[in-house]
Design a protein around this ligand. Structure first.
Ligand SMILES: [Zn+2]
Length: 94
């Protein structure tokens, strides 16, 4: 099931759940697929995504799914609709 992540806490709670995060960055016009345990998908990390702030500032959106296919479909859908680039994170790609 696809879940929208709107707060940092929601994402932190999912850290130990195997799954995938679709991170949409509006300013960069980029959609990126991560595993949830990626440091770039970790709000606690200084380099990680910050869903609470992104929502507040309307700079991005985030989706979680335990299914890679489902997460990937969502990433493709958003990228196509918005004309963004769709990439797979080079750090956690596996
Ligand atoms: Zn990653």
């Amino acid at each position: 099931m696809l879940t929208e992540i709107v707060t940092d806490e929601q994402l932190i709670d999912l850290y130990t759940t195997p799954g995938y995060l679709v991170a949409v960055d509006y300013p960069k016009k980029e959609v990126k697929l991560h595993t949830v345990d990626c440091m770039l998908a970790d709000p606690i990390s200084s380099v990680g995504v910050k869903p609470s702030k992104a929502r507040e500032n309307k700079t991005g959106e985030f989706w979680f799914s335990e299914s890679r296919d489902e997460a990937n479909s969502k990433a493709e859908e958003i990228a196509k609709k918005k004309g963004y680039t769709n990439t797979i994170c080079p750090i956690c790609n596996r």
